[in-house]
Design a protein around this ligand. Sequence first.
Ligand code: NAD
Length: 233
Amino acid sequence: MTLREMVENSKQIVFFGGAGVSTESGIPDFRSEDGLYRQKYDVSPETMLSSDYFYSHTEDFYRFYRDKMLPLGAEPNAAHKKLAEWEREGKLLAVVTQNIDGLHQKAGSKRVYELHGSVHRNTCLSCGRKFSAEYIARGKGVPRCECGGLIKPDVVLYGELLDDETVNGALRAIRRADMLIVAGTSLTVYPAAGFVDHFRGKYLVLINRDATPLDSRCDLVIHEKVGEVLGNL
Ligand code: NAD
């Protein structure tokens, strides 16, 4: 059966995506050939994006974060747009994403479970005041609130726990889905990668440039660019 036929036969699609969903919008992923992990830094991106590093090397954290994690000019690509269209048509239950770039919402998606948080929410650790991503991008050095408190992005750093409510919502959607499309993720970051194990529906589809540990379990595997594949449907 083709992807188009599977989509036509489904009423409750859930999309589970990762960094590869946004590479066609110009945001590098982590583990591809041109991903952030192949670029040379003195400290690994995994260390720089850890909770320990945020508190112990706050200035260095923000230098890397502003440089690599705040792509504020990026626009949704054909994958983001198709998913928003399916949601409007009542075919798509939810998007579950490991991305923090907010591009699904920018494309018009409403039910988006952001497992790893979002660069668009930032909170003063002292008084709880909220700040935009633009505020963080504009500033220099360590961003501080008027009250003097340190501002932290609401992004799940390595070493931090995922938000319970988001996890429960995402798992509920995946368990209700009749079709799960997994795309643009190397499925190596846990616990998120384990979420696909909760799927009980008809069609499990993977759209990813490189092979993943899930390939052998899928009803359909497409090793192509997700924006091109969904855009052509
Ligand atoms: P990853 O970098 O480990 O894997 C990305 C996968 O996407 C690779 O297997 C690659 O082959 C595939 N890919 C790249 N471009 C593609 C395309 N156009 N079409 C189809 N497949 C494509 O990413 P991950 O599994 O999401 O894990 C990385 C972690 O870092 C996640 O938590 C992620 O949210 C975070 N991250 C987020 C962003 C973002 O918000 N845009 C960017 C980088 C990393």
